[in-house]
Design a protein around this ligand. Sequence first.
Ligand SMILES: [Cu+2]
Length: 179
Amino acid sequence: MQGKRVTQSWAWGMAAVGLLAASLAVHAAAPAPAVSASAVAKQGLVQVEGAWIRATVKGQSATGGFMDLTSSQALTLVGFETNVAKHAELHEMAMEGDVMRMRALDALPLPAGATVSLKPGAHHLMLTDLKRPLSEGETVSLTLLLKGADGQVRKQTVSVPVKAMHMAHPHSDHEQHAH
Ligand SMILES: [Cu+2]
């Protein structure tokens, strides 16, 4: 059963990087955990897959965002912009003594051809001072700031779905088993 789910996730990953037609074909053949088309940016500097932002509960002023980034050229992720929060930062998790803490990170290298994952418990996007609650089902516009080898910072905006997930999503599942 687990194996089947992994296979479907894998198929979705392949569909995401392939043609729309291929994506539709896979969708028709094997209904799998839905990956919204908006979660996948087929055009742009970086391929963004499996992006999601965790939905908030009442009174919560910060939340995390997660995604897999694959760049065909060497780039550095130097920040985020969004209009739903005052601050959108790149965070890393690090042990300080016995305690796992988050801290802001100025830059995250995206080596050419490698997939860099922002995921729970690791590097992630942190939205703080949220201007409003984020609910399951809505979509947040998020801009990635990407620095090239020439030192220029380019922007890539993606639509990221908000999900009330407390477990790994299918793509994470795939990551664990495939690597
Ligand atoms: Cu954080």
